[in-house]
Design a protein around this ligand. Sequence first.
Ligand SMILES: Nc1ncnc2c1ncn2[C@@H]1O[C@H](COP(=O)(O)OP(=O)(O)O)[C@@H](O)[C@H]1O
Ligand SMILES: [Mg+2]
Length: 298
Amino acid sequence: MNIAILSRGPYLYSTRSLLRAGVARGHYLQIIDHSNCSLVVDRDLPAVYCNGINLSYIDAIIPRIGASVTYPGAAVIGQFEAMGIFTSTRADALLQARDKLRSLQRLTSFGIASPKTLFIGQEQNLADVIDQVGGFPVVIKLLESTHGVGVLLAHNMLQASSIVEAFQKTGQRVIVQEFISEAEGADIRVLVVNGEVIAAMKRQAKDGEFRSNLHRGASATPVLLTEQEEEVSRKVARVMGLDVAGIDLLRSYRGPLVMEVNASPGLEGIETTTGKDVAGGIIHLVESKIAELQLQRV
Ligand SMILES: Nc1ncnc2c1ncn2[C@@H]1O[C@H](COP(=O)(O)OP(=O)(O)O)[C@@H](O)[C@H]1O
Ligand SMILES: [Mg+2]
């Protein structure tokens, strides 16, 4: 098969790992920088050109779209979809997953538990919001945060109001969340591919830090999931329409709470921590979906 990895980082671990896994299974792999693509939006002959080459010969794409290029990336994926080419991440699913609030709204409407979350408008009374999430401490997050950068803990009103004010002044959208202290600075990252859990790790924040992002110096270990955690993770991937999903859970007194869903989960941490061939799992997903599509066509 001809498989294209959409990635702006040909030397990134995740891209290399997918390349290796695809070649190992006998496929032709190429890396395409989606920012170099031009899209022909046409009813009869939709196409994607990259460096002057028409990519209609591609059988499947594996998008690896960074948070800063979500919209242009989704446009390229959408164009491949219009051409009837299989994608391991659909454009609408990517866009939905990139919006933390939209994702939580969808998940909770399907009965999936998450930390209690409030979106705050510009004119809202902050004291009321904090009361509603159960009082201090509260987690304050930028909706567009990645790597834990826009995630802070506020212990009192003075801290909360100065954080919210600073965020809102720059026109950013803010959510306030109940702080799950019993998680003790740890979260669980679960990789679901093609509806099945294929790897999971526990990330533990370093001392004095509550954010368990590996970019913030957290350490990771393989973890055995409870049945409930597996079930919730599979359901999250299904509800979000993601064939490849990185799901972050907090272990709370009332069971697993979904914190966020990643549509383009990094492979380095999870593969090196668990020893699982996640990239191989993604290539396998592509193979089985293409086989299904071919069967439908006959
Ligand atoms: N409500 C919460 N209660 C406890 N810890 C939290 C909560 N929200 C976030 N954290 C911690 O902060 C980290 C970063 O938050 P997250 O929402 O994943 O933002 P980002 O997208 O920037 O990674 C999480 O991995 C978790 O360890
Ligand atoms: Mg996170």
